[in-house]
Design a binder for this molecule. Structure first.
Ligand code: SF4
Length: 227
């Protein structure tokens, strides 16, 4: 017998709001990742957020805490947002995959990249978050996030540095994941990667300064520091 394609779609609530989505995602068994994770880690941020940032999946600390971007990558993101002049509390942060995928390395739970099938299975949650929030821009942090938002395999470096349109119909920017910056063993390269990351965030801050029909509904806009 053919196995059904894994998907979160049947677990979506009939009324889409951030609280109903978060509540429903907690019981999602749309793919196998729920079996080994502590809990689903849904997106967080204000319902009127102007920006929606998408990472790959919760890390070890996020899996335990139940909140996205609270580990080392979250600290890099916080610092970079401050440097770019964007307030984190005005950004909704989420992940392409809501459960932590890991493998044991010694006594440590080591992050394991989600498969294309798992990313596709979890995509209905991300689609619903974007649908509910209607952010002015979506930022993909890393290739897995971009894969989910674009609905296909993409090359990060070909997409960085400009705003793009995706099947989800939003203005999308692409950058690296803060964890990738942390993983580089060379301090000089790490610093260069971090500077480029801040540059990508400044590009978004600049984009938000443009007039927008929903400006009255989407506040605040962000000043940039490179004026
Ligand atoms: S990773 Fe996504 S699709 Fe898979 S069980 Fe978790 S919430 Fe559901």
């Amino acid at each position: 017998m053919r196995r059904a394609v894994p998907t979160a779609a049947p677990f979506l609530p009939s009324t889409l709001t951030l609280p109903t989505l978060r509540n429903a995602a907690a019981s999602c068994t749309g793919c196998d990742l729920y079996k080994t994770a502590t809990q689903a880690v849904f997106g967080e941020g204000p319902a009127r957020a102007t920006l929606l940032f998408v990472g790959e999946q919760p890390g070890d600390q996020e899996d335990v805490a139940g909140h996205p971007f609270v580990g080392p990558a979250g600290r890099v993101l916080d610092k970079a947002l401050t440097e770019a002049g964007i307030t984190r509390s005005d950004v909704y942060v989420t992940n392409a995959v809501k459960h932590f995928k890991w493998e044991l390395q010694g006594k440590r739970r080591k992050h394991k990249k989600p498969s294309a099938g798992e990313v596709a299975a979890c995509r209905p949650w991300l689609e619903a978050e974007i649908h509910v929030l209607e952010p002015r821009a979506v930022l993909c942090l890393g290739v897995t996030a971009a894969q989910s938002v674009f609905g296909k395999n993409v090359r990060l470096n070909e997409l960085r540095g400009s705003s793009l349109t995706t099947p989800l119909g939003n203005t999308v920017f692409v950058t690296t994941h803060p964890s990738a910056i942390l993983r580089d063993p060379d301090p000089a390269q790490r610093e260069e990667d971090y500077r480029r990351f801040v540059g990508d965030l400044r590009l978004i801050a600049k984009y938000l300064q443009r007039p927008h029909p929903n400006d009255m509904a989407h506040k605040p806009t962000y000043p940039t520091r490179d004026r």
